[in-house]
Design a protein around this ligand. Sequence first.
Ligand code: GDP
Ligand code: ZN
Length: 304
Amino acid sequence: MFEGIVIKATSGYYTVQSESGQFVCSLRGRLRKDDTIVTVGDRVQGEEVRPGVGVIETVLPRKSELIRPRVANVDQAVIVCALTQPEPDLNLLDRLLVVVGREGVGAILCFNKADLVSEYMGRKIARPYRKAGYTALVTSAMTGKGVKRLRSFLKGKISVFAGPSGVGKSALANAIEPGLTLETGEISEKLGRGRHTTRHAQLLALQAGGFLVDTPGFSKLSLDGIEKEELRFYFPEFLRYEGLCRFLGCLHYREPDCAVRAALQSGEIARSRYDHYIQFLEEISAIGYEKKYDKGKGGRNVLE
Ligand code: GDP
Ligand code: ZN
């Protein structure tokens, strides 16, 4: 009997990495009924039938589950944002943090291409995120700045890279361990369209232990499905004020005596973070409104 992590899945066969090596496995009959029962990232137990060949008997409960790419038990997203080229898109970054938080996945921020800007600039952009409680690294895949720290955060975990194209996700993966290359969105899309092959994500084993998902995640950035009452919980810097506002369940919008807005005034909460929160809140409310009234009148602000 062995226990390990599924690192690859191809047409009914699963490669399992265990402490005693790799096994190419098929599934025990009762697991075969549903092809979502076993996916890359699952912790499984199996029986060895021949050297290096086994049968998966049991799938252990999942901690998290991403849909695109389909990977179970991802511990954290490494969200990469370039400090320049392309210019940082903090709205997109905050949106990613919400989507990642909603999936129950941790986040590490990498402000990359530090070699192209001043040290002051890197610190300034990272500061609100550090204050909010995130691990925010200033990195350069080019010079290696911050790469050692990033590597230490990946140890023993399943991590997925996220962020727009061109920010340096592949370059960082390669700086972490030469030879680690990420599949880019463009390539898998082309394959999918041309040859009707669905490329499954794989886990790349890291030398220090832990795995990287070989495809960037969180390409879908819709806030659909997030309730306006829960959005504030994905802004960790708001949490310490929870319960201090006049109204129970305060959305920190325009309610009187709001502790979060007071913290904004005193500079404890960053303006850009709060502004994005309000923007997402209004967006969510508009989505909710459209659904409820079948896109009837639209545009009305249901928060008021
Ligand atoms: P991805 O689309 O996020 O995977 O981005 P890539 O890793 O392909 O990087 C996009 C471009 O930025 C490439 O030309 C890289 O050489 C460059 N690049 C990546 N990281 C850095 C960095 O830290 N500093 C500088 N100067 N260029 C970088
Ligand atoms: Zn409030």
